[in-house]
Design a protein around this ligand. Sequence first.
Ligand code: C2E
Ligand code: CA
Ligand code: CA
Ligand code: CA
Length: 279
Amino acid sequence: AKELGRNNLQVFTEEMADKAHEKLLKQAELRQAIARDEFLLHFQPQVNLETGRVFAAEALLRWRHPERGMISPGDFIPLAEETGLIVPIGDWVLRAACRQCKAWHEDGLPLLIVSVNVSARQFRERNWAAHVAAVLAEVGLEPRFLELELTESLIMQDVPGALATMHELEAIGVHLAIDDFGTGYSSLSALKRFPVRRLKIDRSFVEDIPADVDDKAITAAIISLAQNLGLRVIAEGVETQAQVEFLRHSGCDEIQGYFFSRPLASAEFEALLRQTDVN
Ligand code: C2E
Ligand code: CA
Ligand code: CA
Ligand code: CA
């Protein structure tokens, strides 16, 4: 038994060393990914439920790894956040998303909004709002075509600090949305003071509609909360007709999810815009 124990311990430490080594390797690769041009954006349409029109595209980051193929953000964003690499990566995303949006506008496609995810590390950079304004000016995109998605937890980590930056962004003319809404705890009184335009109902509430009575109640409550505060409300992760019916019936303004379209490469997104009469 003693023997076995020692062997187990050895296996265990080897495994840990492997894991640590793998993490360092991944970190080094992540550090070089921008310079090697390995990142790209996919775009997922956001659709108005009343008109059926696409009005915005959420930019979603992908990493095309030379050996491991396409890697989803869930598999590298946590490491990027831990190491601070999310700041230059997020900056690449912001610039690339604004450039793509501007290119679509110049191509005569409908004047869509581009929606960009923001991480806490990035948002808390000094003078971040001024930096966003500089990127918009450099790209030549009007601020009203950019929406930044902030999570509830990002805001709640430091409400006064977040509010100050949010007001600066609002003054620039950029729009704000609260992502994954319902999963954190923004107090309702705080919510009233946030200069946001849109709440995004988290997918975890949408996925079990219509089977889960509680999720239906929560979703309906978020929709009426948004209505009462004069905010727009979008449901994410919408996959089925039954979910669409429930959301429409509850007064939800907009949807995003596989039901309408998966996130698409920019050329595919463009083709979708040309084929569906979005105007
Ligand atoms: P998120 O912001 O909540 O983005 C929505 C995620 O749900 C995306 O996953 C999207 O592909 C997926 N999704 C959309 N519709 C459906 C659906 O109908 N069913 C299901 N099951 N999933 C759906 P993705 O692209 O893997 O991104 C995961 C998360 O990674 C994002 O969640 C966001 O938190 C983060 N992320 C993505 N891009 C960026 C970025 O540029 N910067 C930062 N900071 N985070 C990012
Ligand atoms: Ca998002
Ligand atoms: Ca989400
Ligand atoms: Ca659920």
